[in-house]
Design a protein around this ligand. Sequence first.
Ligand code: DX5
Ligand code: ZN
Length: 214
Amino acid sequence: MKVAPSILSADFGHLAADIEMLNESEAAMIHCDVMDGVFVPNISFGFPILEKVGRLARKPLDVHLMIVDPQRYVSQTRDCGATFMNIHQEACTHLERTVQEIKAAGMKAAVTLNPATPVCMLEDIISELDMVLLMSVNPGFGGQKFIENTYAKIARLRDMIAVSGSSAMIEVDGGVTTGNIGKIAASGVDIVVAGSAVFGADDPRLAISALTNV
Ligand code: DX5
Ligand code: ZN
C-alpha cells in the first residue's frame, strides 16, 4: 500500500526535520493539507509554507486544497512543486475547465469528494482524472474516526473506473490506522493518507513502514 503522510500532524516548529524524516522513509508522497477557514472550519498553512516544503521534499507533493475557488491557485500550486493538485468537487464550479488547467500546468489532476458527496458526481469527468480522493472523515482536522460508509464508496468508485477505462488512482484520507489499513488495502485503494497514525507514533518512520507493508 502506498502511504502519503500528512504534514498537518507534523511539528511545524521543526518542519524541516520532519520533511527529512519523510524523505528517508518509505512514504510514497507527502500530503499537504491547505485549509482556508471558509471551505473547512480550520486554517492550516498556505503557499509560503508549501513553497518551503516543496524545496525540502525529495518525494512527490500531493497538495490537498481545502479551499474555495481552487481554480485561482493553479499556477501558485505548480510553482511550489506540486505533483498532484487535489481540489474538492464541492469547491469548484467549473471542474472540467480547472482539471484541464491543472494538467496544462504540468501537474496531475486529482479531485476530492467529501463523505456526503456521491461518487457519481465524477461520472462525466472520471476519464480525465489521475486520482480521486475519497474523504473518509469530514475535512478540517486530523485525528478523526474513519467513516465506515467509505468502503461502499470505494467499491462504487472502482466500478466507475473499470467501466470508464480511466487510469485514475483511488486515495483515501482520514482516520487511517494500523487497525483498519488491512481492510482498506483489501478494498482496492491505491494510496492512503495518514496524519496522526504517522506523527502520533513513537517512531513515525517505522509507522510509515508498517502501513506500507500491510
Ligand atoms: C483532514 C485532512 C487529512 C488529515 C488526516 O481534513 O485532509 O489529510 O491530515 O489526518 P488523520 O490521518 O489523523 O485522520
Ligand atoms: Zn488531506
